[in-house]
Design a protein around this ligand. Structure first.
Ligand code: S3P
Length: 390
């Protein structure tokens, strides 16, 4: 790969392999700072992902009066933190809280702020300011918070006047771990019990991490309950490698005959590891070995050996598990023999970009036969992917 800031040239490689590791998990990094901030005592977090989204969460918690020491950093930013928890007593921010491009920051933080006896204002960049926030506003106002969406159609900026929450039972209309987490976090500050019912299982990092911080939640099928007033106790942990980052390497190796790649210390949480099942379903040779259960999360090494792949049909409950991996799955499908159909994935249209339109546009530009649906796409594999220039 070469180029300048405005130009990126990518050259084809013929076979690759070796051993690598990936940066810390984004979802877990966000949650780690938020929960550590609410805990009593100091928590050390290693393997934190210094991406812009996670740094937005870090900055947000600092603006809520949380002291965070940077213990170690790379050129990208902090990777090891000591968070001095405030024991549920976060402070009134002096100005707006900027969530940048991060939906996870805005939605999860809305849950925490809904429980605070002060008014705060959450802002975001142009893309975040167009994303749907009614999905958190509705349940949180149902618990007693007052939230005004200043943007069109229930979008950010969000003005949140929190406090005096009561528990609720809320059935999620969309499968969203962000919304589930926002409600559970608000539930921590609510009187009585809060129950969230999911249409399908979504990533359960919040539940696992609450358990680590000694907060009890109860899961009964797709319903998760939390009793308000519980106190979080600090703890130290290591964020596992992000399986969503590993997915790009896994897909490239799986589709490259003769490649052999091992990725170390990847999060293998079953609510996130659907990408492995999809690639195996396409014919990939993949094995994973869980080596530890660090920080309440299963962690291990993944080995993939490249060979010819075939198309697959993806729909239903699996979609939430692989929502962030569907774009790279679509690219892999273009390299596989046969047709791949992805359905029930309309949520892809309301991410940072419309991921269905973006994938279709880019694969089409590379000569791939792809059809867009409202809730997915059909990709005809077996053709060649040709170079293109934008
Ligand atoms: C996330 C949940 C998913 C995912 C996002 C991170 C989380 O979003 O796409 O990248 O950390 O809870 P939704 O909850 O909107 O599905």
């Amino acid at each position: 790969m070469e180029g300048t800031n405005s130009e990126l040239r990518v050259s084809r490689v013929y076979g690759f392999g070796g051993e690598t590791s990936v940066p810390g998990d984004k979802s877990i990094s966000h949650r780690s700072v938020m929960l550590a901030a609410l805990a009593e005592g100091d928590s050390q977090i290693d393997g934190f992902l210094p991406s812009e989204d996670c740094l937005a969460t870090l900055g947000a918690m600092q603006s809520l009066g949380v002291n965070i020491d940077i213990l170690d950093e790379t050129e990208l930013g902090p990777v090891s933190l000591l968070v001095h928890g405030r024991g549920m007593e976060i402070a009134l921010p002096s100005g707006d809280i900027d969530c940048g491009n991060s939906g996870t920051t805005m939605r999860l933080l809305s849950g925490i702020l809904a429980g605070q006896d002060f008014t705060s204002r959450l802002t975001g960049d142009a893309s975040l300011s167009q994303r749907p926030m009614n999905r958190v506003i509705k349940p949180l106002t149902g618990m007693g918070a007052r939230i005004h969406a200043e943007g069109e159609g229930g979008s950010a900026p969000l003005l949140i006047r929190g406090g005096s929450l009561h528990g609720t039972t809320y059935e999620l209309p969309v499968a969203s771990a962000q919304v589930k987490s926002a409600i559970l976090l608000a539930g921590l500050f609510a009187e009585g019990m809060t129950t969230v019912i999911q249409p399908v299982e979504t990533r359960d990092h919040t539940e696992r991490m609450l358990d680590l911080f000694q907060v009890e939640t109860a899961t009964d099928g797709k319903a998760i309950s939390i009793i308000g007033g519980q106190k979080l106790q600090s703890c130290d942990f290591v964020v596992p490698g992000d399986i969503s980052s590993a997915a790009f390497w896994l897909a490239a190796a799986a589709a490259s005959p003769e490649a052999r790649l091992k990725i170390h210390n990847v999060g293998l949480n079953p609510t996130r590891s659907g990408i492995l099942d999809v690639l195996v379903g396409m014919g990939a040779d993949i094995s994973s070995v869980a080596s530890s259960d660090g920080g309440g999360e299963r962690i291990g090494d993944i080995t993939v050996c490249g060979r010819g792949l075939s198309g697959i049909e993806i729909s239903g409950g699996l979609v939430a598990n692989i929502i962030d991996e569907l774009p790279i799955i679509a690219v892999t499908a273009a390299l596989a023999d046969g047709t791949t159909v992805i359905r029930d994935a309309a949520e892809l249209r309301v991410k940072e970009t419309d991921r269905i339109a973006a994938v279709a546009k880019n694969l089409q530009a590379m000569g791939v036969d792809i059809e867009e649906f409202d809730d997915g796409m059909r990709i005809c594999g077996g053709g060649s992917i040709t170079w293109c220039c934008y």
